[in-house]
Design a protein around this ligand. Structure first.
Ligand SMILES: [Zn+2]
Length: 147
């Protein structure tokens, strides 16, 4: 998981390591708390495996409940790099990936899907598309109607 820091909301300014959890202070002023057990289970290094490859050797039951974060640092590409207590396993998490998983109420609300309702609130500013755009986005529908 390597990321390229693009905006202050995705750049880590500071990390407070409390052992069983950590708090990331982002450059936009927001703070995110992540529990150690959650972070350890989210490791997708070559030995832990990833869900994308369907090769996953790390099981939740294999992680000690009292696992602790031995050390943290901001990596070369803005990643959160962790060394774990016990086996000294090393994990790295992309900054943007972490921010998109922040569990604060504000971040969950920001990520919430907000559909545009097709009611009288659209009067005067209904969505408009050109015909070529419609042909590109729904060609099967246009083929049906043009028969
Ligand atoms: Zn790992």
């Amino acid at each position: 998981m390597s990321g390229v820091a693009s905006t202050p909301r995705h750049r880590i300014a500071h990390i407070d390591n409390a052992g069983n959890h950590l708090v990331i202070h982002w450059q936009d002023g927001h703070r995110s708390r992540f529990d150690a057990l959650w972070l350890r289970y989210a490791c997708e290094c070559a030995s832990c495996g990833t869900y994308h490859s369907a090769i996953r050797s790390l099981r939740l039951v294999d992680i000690p409940e009292d696992i602790r974060i031995a050390s943290t640092r901001v990596g070369e590409h803005g990643t959160l790099d962790i060394i774990w207590s016990g086996d000294g396993h090393a994990s790295s998490y992309a900054d943007e990936w972490l921010r998109n998983r922040c569990n604060s109420a504000a971040e969950r609300d920001r990520r919430r899907f907000r559909p545009v309702l097709w009611d009288n609130g659209l009067e005067g500013h209904a969505p408009r598309r050109t015909m070529p755009h419609a042909w590109r986005t729904a060609p099967h529908i246009w083929r049906y109607w043009r028969r």
